[in-house]
Design a binder for this molecule. Structure first.
Ligand SMILES: NC(=O)c1ccc[n+]([C@@H]2O[C@H](COP(=O)([O-])OP(=O)(O)OC[C@H]3O[C@@H](n4cnc5c(N)ncnc54)[C@H](OP(=O)(O)O)[C@@H]3O)[C@@H](O)[C@H]2O)c1
Length: 254
């Protein structure tokens, strides 16, 4: 039976690409995203065409019980989850306080923090019983730095980071590797940044900073770090790591 890599937030950027990389490494990748059946099918087909195993599910992580049910069904029907890639974002763009509704603020927390708590509550006890497992949590600059218009996003992502530290304190000594991965800059991600900017602005950004300019982080390169983290020996675990493009200033420097 293949080990299972469970990806929550499997778009064409980091989530789907990491799922594909783990499938190439012999995992069965379970890919979950909110919408876009076509995009999901395309990813599953590409993995299978490469000789890998994958299955895809549409779900909304903000809905009650769906995460818990999908995790239970994965364990029952596919196999033990060895690696979790928690990749849900909660970016709503820059909004002044007066434009940030209670509802938007709460939804940021539901996706960035509470969904991670729910996922950990379902999976950590199973991993603990088995004595091993890896939890890779994608994060953002907002986890370590508040900024104008980032009320919802920064508060929620800082909560994500602290939750990772707390999970580590409890489950690290029991064999579960939890890594908080700070993505400190823009990613070549059509399903998230691309949609937020709109096609024209995203195209212009890709042409000026992306592709051969290496100014946008490339999901295929990010995926190598996720794989490396999952393969780290427990005598040398990274609990926090940051990634940024070579020309970008780090979060603490601007
Ligand atoms: N893109 C960037 O520039 C950037 C920068 C810094 C940090 N990050 C971090 O990177 C992660 C996202 O990676 P990515 O930007 O490369 O995107 P991605 O992996 O291409 O896509 C993420 C996927 O998450 C899914 N998702 C969002 N809300 C969901 C929900 N409620 N239930 C289920 N699925 C949901 C979306 O599905 P649908 O498309 O189907 O709605 C989307 O396809 C986030 O943790 C974010 O904080 C990204």
């Amino acid at each position: 039976m293949k080990p299972v890599c469970f990806v929550l937030g499997a778009g064409a950027g980091i989530g789907g690409t990491v799922g594909r990389r783990f499938a190439a490494e012999g995992y069965h990748s379970v890919l979950c995203r909110r919408s876009d059946q076509e995009g999901l099918d395309k990813l599953v087909s590409a993995i299978r065409a490469d000789g890998g195993d994958a299955s895809g599910h549409l779900l909304n992580a903000a809905d009650p019980d769906v995460l818990e049910e999908r995790i239970a069904a994965t364990e029952k029907d596919i196999g033990p989850i060895e690696v979790v890639v928690f990749n849900l974002g909660a970016q709503i763009g820059n909004r002044a306080l007066k434009d940030t509704s209670y509802k938007a603020f709460e939804m940021g927390w539901r996706l960035a923090t509470f969904a991670l708590f729910r996922t950990a509550s379902s999976i950590c006890p199973l991993m603990e019983e088995r004595g091993h497992g890896t939890f890779l949590v994608t994060s953002a600059t907002a986890a370590v730095r508040g900024n104008a218009g980032q009320h919802s996003h920064a508060a929620a992502m800082a909560g994500r980071r602290m939750l990772c530290q707390s999970l580590n304190a409890e489950f690290g000594p029991r064999g579960i590797h939890i890594a908080h991965i700070l993505i400190d800059g823009a990613v070549d991600a059509p399903d998230t940044l691309g949609k937020m900017l709109g096609p024209e602005q995203f195209k212009a950004l890709r042409e000026s900073r992306g592709m051969e300019h290496d100014g946008l982080m490339l999901p295929e390169k990010i995926a190598e770090t996720y794989l490396h983290l999952a393969n780290q020996h427990r005598s040398t675990w990274s609990h926090e790591i940051d990634l940024r493009s070579f020309g970008d200033r780090p979060w603490w420097n601007h």
